[in-house]
Design a protein around this ligand. Structure first.
Ligand code: G
Ligand code: G
Ligand code: MN
Ligand code: NA
Length: 249
């Protein structure tokens, strides 16, 4: 309860803000989109979700905070010239897919930023089993041009059947597998298998946690479509993203 009140007060003060991390083309280095990551501006401190996401979920405010992040991102990018096909990815829980406000938020995003922008909802692999009940709202979201990405792919333990059943567009390869590239480990076997699986299913592949040129080169040669990681850019405040975008678009 007490923690919930702290979270709600922080939300009311606008302390939960979007940071954006570029999604990068392996070949050209261009920014093809961004993942929106929540940060808590608590006085002088900027906290990452690991420190507070559990409290947010318990507070019941996660849905409201996600809507705030979507609205703030839409407003913050409204003046920017976004490249054609720019993907804007938000992290959501399976429960949030049923949020009746979600289709309207996605529609508003496309209305304000243009149809060239593709809203993406990232769902962790661990939650995909919860998706079955959300078919109706998912169909509505897909009709609006929204795409679905499976986050942290390779770390869950679900069956793979949902990939064909759920109209998933994108697999985000967990950074643990990217991390194994420069080490001769079992992780690299899994990485290669995930890449082949995604390609055979016709899914877009995004690799997360790219930190070195060697990792970039390996993933580019393997045909991974999009890269994300500190090697290219860290998550940054929206205003920094807008300032840097023209040099990378
Ligand atoms: O940004 P960072 O690496 O600290 O994120 C840590 C975790 O928090 C990641 O798993 C990320 O998916 C999650 N996360 C970040 N922003 C959001 C958000 O807006 N909503 C939800 N549900 N999770 C988020
Ligand atoms: O689970 P999800 O993929 O949404 O989480 C993304 C998280 O990964 C964010 O918290 C972000 O800060 C973090 N991240 C992004 N790029 C890198 C990277 O290159 N290395 C590491 N260690 N973390 C990263
Ligand atoms: Mn994510
Ligand atoms: Na991830």
């Amino acid at each position: 309860r007490a923690a919930g009140e702290v979270i709600e007060r922080a939300r009311a003060r606008g302390e939960f803000v979007p940071y954006l991390q570029p999604l990068v083309s392996p070949l050209s280095g261009r920014w093809l989109g961004a993942e929106v990551l929540m940060r808590w501006h608590d006085g002088d401190h900027v906290l990452a979700p690991g420190a507070f996401i559990a409290a947010v979920e318990q507070s019941g405010c996660l849905g409201a905070i996600t809507r705030d992040l979507m609205a703030a991102t839409t407003t913050g990018l409204a003046g920017a010239r976004l490249p054609e096909g720019f993907h804007l990815a938000f992290n959501v829980t399976a429960t949030q897919l049923a949020d009746p406000a979600l289709p309207g938020m996605c529609r508003a995003l496309r209305e304000r930023l243009g149809d060239a922008v593709v809203p993406v909802l990232e769902l962790t692999e661990r939650e995909t089993f919860d998706l079955a009940g959300h078919g109706g709202q998912l169909a509505e979201l897909f009709a609006l041009g929204v795409e679905l990405a499976i986050d942290d792919f390779g770390t869950g333990q679900s069956s793979l059947s949902y990939l064909s059943e759920l109209h998933v567009h994108t697999l985000k390869i967990d950074r643990a597998f990217v991390d194994s590239i420069e080490r001769d480990s079992l992780g690299k076997v899994v990485l290669d298998a995930v890449i082949e699986l995604g390609q055979r299913l016709g899914l877009k592949l995004v690799a997360e946690g790219v930190e070195t040129a060697a990792q970039r080169d390996y993933l580019a040669a393997a045909g991974v479509d999009v890269l994300q990681g500190y090697f290219f850019a860290r998550p940054m405040p929206l205003s920094d993203f807008v300032r840097q975008l023209p040099a990378h678009a």
